[in-house]
Design a protein around this ligand. Structure first.
Ligand code: PSU
Ligand code: MN
Length: 309
């Protein structure tokens, strides 16, 4: 048993009964959206998972404990802290635990904690990736390396175009991480339904996606799966608007010398400000959409496990 891990009783019960559980990250709460929409969204996403037949487990580090299944109060705390909260990726976890501190987990750290608890499906907005200009900066999100080693399927709306989507796909390919387009042949670019990048693998049902997860892990392959779920058409934003906002945010970041772990939160916040409330609304809608698909995948995956005993 992991001496630092606290699993919420509802999550623990679901896991021991072989019921579907969906992990949710917390950096999207602290750094991904402003208060109070961040807290409202986190609670709405949990409700969406529940309404679709699975148990939600929002993950963070609270006072040095690895918490899988945050209560309302913890979600409120992280939401109010906002960018004052520590952003915790894989490398940071032992420090935050050792010091008894509180921090919001990125996709990488959330996958890691989900896997410790035995959760195989995770819903979020967008994953980190290879940043534009990475050949100079070496800025490649730890999310990608986590996907290479940790057995969790991450349902996302692709990646924001603050990243280099082509290099992100190349990196995932190198590390053997499958990227599945859900009902699409192209990598979605978060605010838009697709991008110029074609995917090798498209699947049209949660059941088919769960079958791939089952096959991958039953044969002992390491690592996760990216499930790329396009934002619903009615909530997508015009590509030209987003491209302009991203270009502006990138040049401001360069001018202000923003690098390292501060880069992604800076770019996300600037894109949100530049596009007014539009990008926030779209962001909320796509996360809910991902929660729905993740619940369906988790149910189908548990079905396969039950069949094979
Ligand atoms: N992309 C988004 N929204 C987010 C993030 C990325 O569209 O909230 C967050 C996630 O928590 C992700 C992290 O894991 O940013 C990646 O940060 P970095 O690039 O520093 O690895
Ligand atoms: Mn980075």
């Amino acid at each position: 048993m992991n001496p630092y891990l606290d699993i919420h009783p509802d999550v623990q019960q679901a896991l021991s009964k072989g019921r579907a559980v969906v992990a949710l990250e917390s950096t999207i709460i602290s750094h991904g959206m402003p208060y109070p929409q961040n807290v409202q969204t986190a609670l709405a996403v949990e409700a969406e998972v529940l309404a679709n037949g699975a148990v939600p487990a929002t993950i963070a580090i609270m006072n040095g404990r690895l918490v899988v299944g945050l209560n309302r109060q913890a979600i409120e705390t992280l939401g109010r802290l906002g960018t004052q909260a520590m952003k915790v990726s894989r490398r940071d976890v032992p420090f935050v635990v050792a010091a008894g501190q509180t921090g919001a987990t990125t996709v990488a750290a959330t996958m890691m904690l989900a896997a410790m608890a035995g959760i195989r499906v995770f819903a979020t907005g967008g994953i980190g990736g290879v940043h534009r200009g990475a050949s100079e900066s070496f800025d490649v999100s730890a999310d990608l390396q986590e996907l290479a080693q940790t057995p969790v399927a991450v349902v996302c709306a692709g990646a924001k175009s603050i990243l280099d989507l082509g290099l992100t796909l190349e990196y995932l390919e190198t590390h053997g991480v499958p990227v599945v387009g859900y009902q699409t042949d192209h990598l979605p670019a978060f605010f838009t339904q697709d991008s110029a990048y074609r995917l090798e693998h498209r699947l049209d049902s949660a059941h088919d996606i769960a079958r791939v997860m089952r096959a991958k892990w039953a044969m002992g392959l390491a690592g996760g799966v990216v499930v790329a779920n396009p934002i619903p058409a009615e909530f997508a934003l015009p590509r030209s608007t987003m491209d302009a906002a991203v270009e502006q945010a990138l040049s401001e970041a360069a001018a202000q010398g923003i690098t390292g772990k501060a880069s992604t939160p800076f770019l996300l916040a600037r894109v949100c400000e530049i596009t007014g409330g539009d990008s926030l609304t779209a962001n909320i809608r796509l996360v809910l959409n991902n929660a729905r698909l993740a619940a369906a995948i988790a149910l189908a995956y548990q079905g396969f496990l039950a069949e094979s005993g």
